[in-house]
Design a protein around this ligand. Structure first.
Ligand SMILES: [Zn+2]
Length: 232
């Protein structure tokens, strides 16, 4: 089994025995005072690795930048925007499908969804067998709150500044959307947190992480991409 694509050799991958790959897609953006900028990339990479181990699919090096314009009011955020991300994903897919049978982007950041839908939809219309799946669980909070903090306490406990955890704005996302669209996350939460990280635990994180992995593996096994390329 190949494991990580980056450490495989080209001769281990051949066009005559095509393999399929998982690509973690994250972001580099503020995650409140207590989580690192690469939180989404860490989650996407860990979920993709667990799915890869289960399905025996190699995991490609992560794409660590995404569309994070809504977090631009906070230092550390680096967004390449929806257009550039979409172009990147299209060219990535065109190149990888020269030898890979199937590819799945494992997405850790909600802001990447428009680019994924555009890009994977186009790749599929070109006859390339691409799809994407979210790292999301029903009932999860939006950003740097209970959900993401719990998962990081499970997969990367050393990088969580537990002494800096503070509750953010935990109003439902649909209520926040009008202000969010106008002024970004900074307009609704001065600390950049949507949700409440103070209730997070590693045990909850283990449960949420398992749900993310099971959900992704199930979507891939079923292989029923929608018109936006999301595996249903
Ligand atoms: Zn995040």
């Amino acid at each position: 089994m190949l494991g990580e694509l980056g450490s495989a050799t080209s001769s281990q991958l051949s066009v005559s025995t095509p393999s399929s790959i998982l690509i973690p897609l994250g972001s580099t953006e503020q995650h409140g005072p207590h989580l690192p900028l690469d939180t989404d990339t860490r989650i996407a990479t860990a979920v993709a690795s667990a799915i890869g181990a289960r399905l025996e699919w190699p995991v490609a090096p992560a794409i660590s930048y995404g569309a994070s314009g809504e977090h631009q009011g906070f230092a550390g955020t680096i967004s390449i925007g929806t257009e550039a991300l979409s172009t990147l994903l299209v060219e990535y897919g065109r190149s990888a499908t020269c030898w890979a049978q199937r590819l799945v982007f494992v997405n850790g950041h909600g802001g990447n969804v428009s680019a994924l839908a555009q890009a994977v939809g186009l790749l599929r219309s070109e006859g390339r067998d691409a799809g994407w799946c979210p790292c999301a669980v029903p009932g999860g909070d939006a950003h740097a709150g209970h959900t993401e903090t719990s998962v990081l306490l499970h997969i990367s406990p050393n990088v969580v500044r537990t002494d800096r955890m503070r509750a953010g704005n935990d109003a439902p996302l649909r209520e926040l959307l009008p202000s969010l669209r106008r002024g970004g996350v900074a307009a609704v939460s001065g600390i950049g947190v949507l949700g409440d990280p103070t209730t997070a635990t590693a045990a909850q994180g283990r449960r949420i992480f398992a749900e993310m992995v099971d959900g992704g593996a199930r979507r891939i096994a079923r292989w029923l991409p929608g018109s936006d390329g999301m595996l249903t």
